[in-house]
Design a protein around this ligand. Structure first.
Ligand code: PBG
Length: 323
């Protein structure tokens, strides 16, 4: 036998030397949920260890993450039902929790990277990402609302705007709106291939944002499709996106890989709420070893081609020294 692959596995030093992929704090983005009020912190029941924070406590949470070297945050608001309407008016409220949270985080931690979510669902009385008329999700009419939302986020100090709505043409529309108002340095992380997935359930619990009727299949992608992701990615590149995201991640590693192989923009993977819930429930039952399972999954996403991973595990993997 001339070739013995085991020689490169014979000691820790050699294994480390030949390791192909690495996980670092700078690869991770931590999604954070915000609620109204003061000194409030409520656990998401389907996501043990993940909380919704009032802004004062959000700042404390951001500070403890920054101390661990975790510096990129994706913010999501839980909006009271009474503030929701058909056109997502609350999303433009300068004194509302979302725009205030962006301003406060940037004011207190200017070196943090704040990523904001652009879609109507947290503010919509229909619970959909776009404007609804007679049960239909209107595309072009939604773009105008998304552009206003993006401008409000940019004005509040967002570093990266992340449209998660899956309307056609929104990246270009938002890019133009931002440039037109002088926000040419505000980045866009597009949810390029966002699938109509069962894995978003716990997130919708966190925000209480589930659709009031129907599903999201006329705008989010069919989980059976891979090539369609190439169409979405080509459009996003053409429209000026800075990052291409695949979501969810675990059941879509092939999609991460195919985008990585075909496009030169950085690829983001969203390790979503349902993926987090699966791990935590198995760990609680004693069925899986927590640190090794989590790092194996995150490493799988990197190996598939993700440059950056949005994950609810971001803080714990650093805190517990798992990476
Ligand atoms: C909605 C949005 C969703 C997520 C991020 N933005 C849910 C959905 O599309 O219904 C899901 C994130 C997760 O499950 O962790 N615009």
């Amino acid at each position: 036998m001339l070739s013995r692959p085991r020689r490169n596995r014979k000691s820790q030093v050699i294994r480390d030397m030949v390791q192909e992929n690495h996980l670092r704090a700078s690869d991770l983005i931590f999604p954070l949920f915000i609620i109204d009020g003061q000194n409030r912190k409520t656990e998401v029941s389907s996501m043990p260890g993940i909380y919704r924070y009032s802004i004062d406590l959000l700042l404390k949470e951001v500070e403890s993450c920054m101390n661990l070297g975790l510096k990129a945050f994706d913010l999501f608001p839980n909006i009271e039902e009474s503030k929701k309407d058909k056109v997502a008016t609350e999303s433009l409220n300068k004194d509302g929790i979302y725009l205030r949270a962006i301003r406060e985080v940037k004011k207190n931690f200017p070196e943090a990277c704040v990523i904001t979510d652009v879609a109507m669902d947290p503010y919509s009385s229909d619970g959909h990402d776009g404007l609804v008329e007679n049960g239909e999700i209107l595309n072009d009419e939604t773009l105008e609302i998304l552009a206003k939302m993006s401008l409000a986020h940019a004005e509040a100090g967002a570093d990266i705007i992340a449209p998660s709505d899956m309307m056609d043409g929104r990246v270009g529309y938002i890019r133009e709106a931002l440039d037109g108002q002088g926000f040419k340095n505000t980045s866009i992380m597009s949810y390029t291939a966002k699938y109509a997935s069962a894995f978003y359930g716990p997130f919708r619990d966190a925000l209480e944002s589930a659709p009031k009727f129907g599903d999201k299949k006329t705008y989010q992608m069919n989980p059976a499709n891979q090539r369609e992701a190439l169409i979405e990615a080509a459009l996003d590149v053409e429209e000026g996106a800075d990052f291409l995201m695949v979501k969810p991640a675990l059941a879509y590693l092939d999609v991460i890989k195919v985008l990585k192989d075909n496009f030169d923009l950085p690829i983001a993977a969203y390790n979503v709420s349902g993926e987090y819930a699966m791990i935590k429930s198995a760990v609680q039952k004693g069925w899986l070893e927590e640190g090794r399972t989590i790092t194996e999954i995150l490493m799988g996403m990197k190996r598939a081609g993700a440059d950056v991973i949005l994950t609810y595990h971001a803080k714990e993997v650093l805190e517990k020294g798992w990476i």
